[in-house]
Write a protein that binds this ligand. Structure first.
Ligand SMILES: C[S@@+](CC[C@H](N)C(=O)[O-])C[C@H]1O[C@@H](n2cnc3c(N)ncnc32)[C@H](O)[C@@H]1O
Length: 180
């Protein structure tokens, strides 16, 4: 009888642990989809280099990442000399993780992370947007940036294209756009 209860207890505990991780993964998939953006996939290091190369960051640049994930693009922008880098991220675990990374890099005076949906913030005071979003979000983001960005602002996008804007330069799958 003891063995039977032990086996049942092990099965019970394993199921609870499995359910916890499965639910957490599901939530991490669902939150970005409901928020109208892509799930978290970090930009790979080579693409970050391409983005920084295309961005040609200046000391006066105010950089925004729409869906900042673990903050890697903002950290790269700050290290490349941007004045201020601002991230908007809908998933709280990523907000926490990115803030920890930024602290570790001693860049807290250069980078801010806001736990907000990028659809609900005004980005008119930025002149450089770094972007890695999902294909279905690109049309809406293009319209938002067309309305809000100042003329001459740059957008460097990894992965997916804007439907209307024409890229100024491309390296592999990374594109530089300029707001006209
Ligand atoms: C493909 S990842 C890119 C992460 C980071 N920018 C990078 O390049 O490594 C997209 C990120 O956008 C976030 N996201 C999706 N929809 C969002 C929304 N409406 N507002 C803010 N963040 C959002 C996701 O949680 C995810 O972290």
């Amino acid at each position: 009888m003891f063995y039977l209860y032990s086996i049942l207890a092990i099965i019970g505990i394993t199921s609870i642990v499995y359910l916890f991780f499965a639910t957490r993964s599901l939530i991490r998939l669902m939150i970005p989809a409901f928020a109208g953006g892509g799930l978290f996939v970090g930009t790979p290091p080579e693409a970050i280099d391409d983005m920084i190369e295309l961005a040609q960051i200046q000391p006066s640049d105010i950089v925004v990442d729409l869906g900042s994930g673990d903050g890697r693009l903002l950290i790269a922008a700050a290290k490349a000399g941007a004045k201020k880098s601002i991230g908007y991220e809908i998933q709280h675990w990523l907000v926490k993780q990115s803030r920890e990374l930024i602290e570790k890099e001693n860049l807290t005076d250069k980078i801010e992370i806001h736990p907000d949906s990028f659809w609900h913030v005004d980005v008119s005071s930025t002149n450089l947007v770094l972007l890695y979003q999902i294909s279905y979000a690109m049309k809406g983001i293009e319209e938002k940036l067309q309305k809000e960005l100042p003329i001459g602002a740059r957008v460097v996008a990894n992965g997916f294209k804007f439907p209307k804007w024409k890229e100024e330069r491309t390296i592999d799958n990374v594109r530089l756009y300029r707001k006209n």
